[in-house]
Design a protein around this ligand. Structure first.
Ligand code: PLP
Length: 391
């Protein structure tokens, strides 16, 4: 048997296996006590207006292959969303409905890079970018994000021979750090992409996740000059609308040649999102009752943010990120994030994610989500507070 060498390049699956091994060693009772602040999966229900739109469509629609590009009405609704949300005028033809942002992000480097090419990648970052590049025999040029650079690391173009760099992956609001970039920073990356013949992938999966209904500073790459030729933007219905299981997203590509290649690839890879998932997505963007429910959910998330922040601050654990995302990015009390996450799981029965799972730059941090009710979050912090981290 031959195994793709890319599996050796990255340690995140083995890292999560370690957490699972710890859980496997627990008694049934201990397992029931676990409070998971691990996976970023919204726990509040999908708004009723989305569910009823999907149910109606499921009952009535043709269950054959949908259009790969996606329904016209949904693409028009996304174009209208871009106009009102980002002041960006798109044609519905520039939008492709996807089967979840993860799937699209995983595959972009098949179309827009070759084996041996380089991709510049934020470190730490959502692990899918890194894995997808490794499996395709592509090289990674890490851009280390730190408190000092505000998680907006520079790309040292002197290290990039012209033609070597195929992709620059950017994600703001960011998972796992919760950081938000300035438009100027993205503008610089667009300039580099143009000069080096690369494309910029901009992942805005968290643009509308606004705990406490705070004004979001999220923006579209297409609000920036020069992005038409080099920008690829990925949006997702998963987090703001609690639709993670529905697998629906969008990709905007304005460059006609790039779009044609992506379409051709998509028509071989999959057959489009189901008509009923698309009906749910349409309801998410257009129904007032859904908008009201999302606002209510964000208010609930806002209260949880306060509970988690207050708790961690009282423990003396510095954290950031919760203004823009569901994630607290917490400086861990001991440098080895795997060790600290393992101990928190064993001793406090609380699951958090070790920062190193998001890349070498995540070492020294842990990530905790707000996807638990307020009382459970408070209890998680209390349990962690009862631990002794003195070395
Ligand atoms: N992009 C980022 C940064 C994410 O954190 C996630 C999921 O956690 C995704 C994309 C995937 O979103 P989807 O559920 O649409 O696949």
């Amino acid at each position: 048997m031959k195994i793709n060498k890319g599996f050796k390049a990255w340690n995140s699956p083995y890292l999560f296996q370690e957490m699972e091994d710890i859980i496997a060693s627990f008694s049934q009772e201990a397992r029931r006590e676990i409070i998971s602040l691990g996976i970023g999966d919204p726990d509040l229900p999908t708004p009723a207006g989305i569910r009823s739109a999907m149910q109606t469509e499921h009952r009535n629609c043709y269950h054959g292959y949908p259009s790969v590009q996606g329904r016209q009405d949904l693409r028009e609704a996304i174009a209208a969303y871009y106009r009102s949300r980002f002041n960006v005028k798109l044609s519905p033809d520039e939008i492709l409905i996807g089967l979840g942002a993860k799937t699209d992000l995983f595959d972009l480097c098949t179309v827009f890079a070759n084996p041996g090419d380089y991709a510049a990648l934020l470190d730490p970052a959502y692990p899918v970018y890194c894995d997808s590049l490794s499996y395709r025999g592509q090289n990674i040029h890490f851009l280390p994000g730190t408190d000092a650079n505000g998680y907006m690391p520079e790309l040292d173009v002197s290290k990039m021979a012209n033609g070597d760099l195929a992709l620059i992956y950017m994600c703001y609001p960011n998972n796992p750090t919760g950081a938000m970039a300035t438009p100027d920073y993205l503008q610089t990356m667009i300039g580099h992409a143009k000069n080096l013949g690369a494309m910029v992938v901009f992942d805005i999966a968290y643009a509308d996740f606004t705990p406490g209904n705070l004004d979001s500073r999220a923006f579209s790459i297409f609000s920036l000059p020069g992005s038409e030729a080099t920008g690829i933007e990925i949006g997702s219905f998963s987090k703001p609308f609690s639709m993670t299981g529905d697998r629906i997203s969008w990709v905007v590509i304005r460059n006609p040649e790039a779009r044609e290649y992506w379409k051709r690839y998509r028509s071989n890879r999959d057959s489009g999102a189901s008509n009923y998932d698309q009906a749910g997505a349409l309801a998410a963007l257009t129904r007032d009752d859904v908008k009201a429910q999302v606002r209510e959910n964000m208010d609930i998330y806002g209260k949880r943010v306060k509970t988690l922040m207050d708790g961690l601050t009282a423990l003396g654990w510095p954290c950031s990120g919760l203004d823009n995302t569901p994630y607290a990015w917490i400086r861990s009390p001991i440098p080895d994030s795997r060790e600290v996450a393992g101990r928190i799981l064993k001793e406090a029965r609380v699951m958090v994610t070790p920062g190193v799972g998001f890349g070498p730059g995540g070492e020294g941090y842990i990530r905790a989500t707000i996807f638990q009710p307020e009382n459970r979050l408070a209890e998680a912090v209390e349990r962690i507070g009862a631990m002794d981290f003195r070395v």
